[in-house]
Ligand binder design. Sequence first.
Ligand code: B12
Ligand code: SF4
Ligand code: SF4
Length: 380
Amino acid sequence: MNLKEKIIAQSKLLGIDKIGFASAEPFDHLEESLREQKAKGHTSGFEHPVIEERIYLERTFENPQTIISIALAYPTKVHEKVPRDEKRGQFARASWGIDYHDILRERLAKLIEFIQMEATSQQESEEWRFAPQVDTGELIDVAAAQRAGLGFIGRNGLLITEEFGSFVYLGEIVTNIQFTPDEPVPFGCGDCMRCVTACPTSALLGDGRMNAQRCLSYQTQTKGMMPEEYRKKMHNVIYGCDICQLVCPYNKGKDFHFHKEMEPEVEIVYPKLKPLLSLSNKEFKETFGHLAGSWRGKKPLQRNALIALANLGDRSALPEIWQAAHDVRPVIRGTAAWAIGKLGKREPDIWQPRLVSWLEEEKEAEVREEIEKALLLLSK
Ligand code: B12
Ligand code: SF4
Ligand code: SF4
């Protein structure tokens, strides 16, 4: 076996579901599009900020030769019933189990360790260099994976593999070792436009690009007030969005449970919403700290829990929401005011006077605006 074949064989033993090799040539066919997207304000701000470094690997790595791209499939269904006891939220599937960054980084570290052991001389082992990346690196993970033959980029902007659909996490290693590259997979959407039409916010542009500012996945991860148009559309998904994947024919019936670290716990990935509102920092870290979806901290999830309670029409949560209306964080107060406007309609006699006296005290403009809107709703 040559080194490439040995790496492929070892990757299976390490729990890597798909691996491919790509040249480290510049991704210059994406440069114009990346600049245009940034100029139009279509990016989320979570992307690596320096476009040149995303395109030209030699900017951050001396003599790059190959990108070794990996994919790990993740589960899409929970095998227990979600209890119907009280109103619950949902985390998108990419936030089920232990944070995928940790899982993939560990797999990549083991793969690098293996390759290093395969060096045939001291000199080779000293010359070989590796830069592992998962999500937060310079590279455009889907573009690297596409070039490495793992799959194609669909109209939803995601990497779609033949075996596992798009429910895969991606990672890669840039190295100065030269390998024979694999064949890229051609575009496979054909005439299908399902994701584009199913996207509730029209975020997908139709050619694999998106206006990330309009994506619910982005909107659930912001720290400020969520613009009103997205609140209802978020429904009860307090982190991420899976709609453009769930409708994709390539994902039909795909549900892989290969990695025990990725197994979802129902109580965590479908959390009760009311208790979420009053979690201490310690409780939050203990319960949700291991999820990818906790990376922005407690506040966005609590804001989203307030929105979800309103969307689900849970009037029994009004006492907890009123508690949140006294929170020190303006975003939580403002969102609580909006939720009261939605849920308090049956008891305007209780909620109108409370909101009026709150308005007299409230100093923050964005919170005042929400209280005023809520009062308007209650008066209808
Ligand atoms: C920023 C980011 C986001 C942002 C913006 C998403 C986006 N599409 O740009 C937000 C927060 C919205 C987001 C959401 C999600 N994300 Co995200 N995200 C990223 C991140 C960090 C960077 C993406 C990026 O650089 N975008 C900017 C550019 C590349 O986007 P673009 O302009 O649309 O470019 C596309 C076009 O150029 C098109 N294209 C290709 N060839 C050509 C040729 C021409 C001529 C043209 C015009 C276009 C074109 O393909 C490019 C890539 O999509 C990557 C990790 C990484 N380092 O790459 C993960 C990543 C893409 N996310 C991932 C996941 C899982 C998600 C979610 C599913 C999570 C969830 N359940 O909520 C959603 C899906 C939303 C969606 N449909 O894309 C995975 C995707 C795995 C996969 N199978 O593809 C990644 C790869 C992370 C990982 N390492 O696993 N994400
Ligand atoms: S993740 Fe949701 S909001 Fe974002 S593009 Fe896909 S369907 Fe649209
Ligand atoms: S839903 Fe259709 S258009 Fe969208 S990614 Fe899947 S195959 Fe492509």
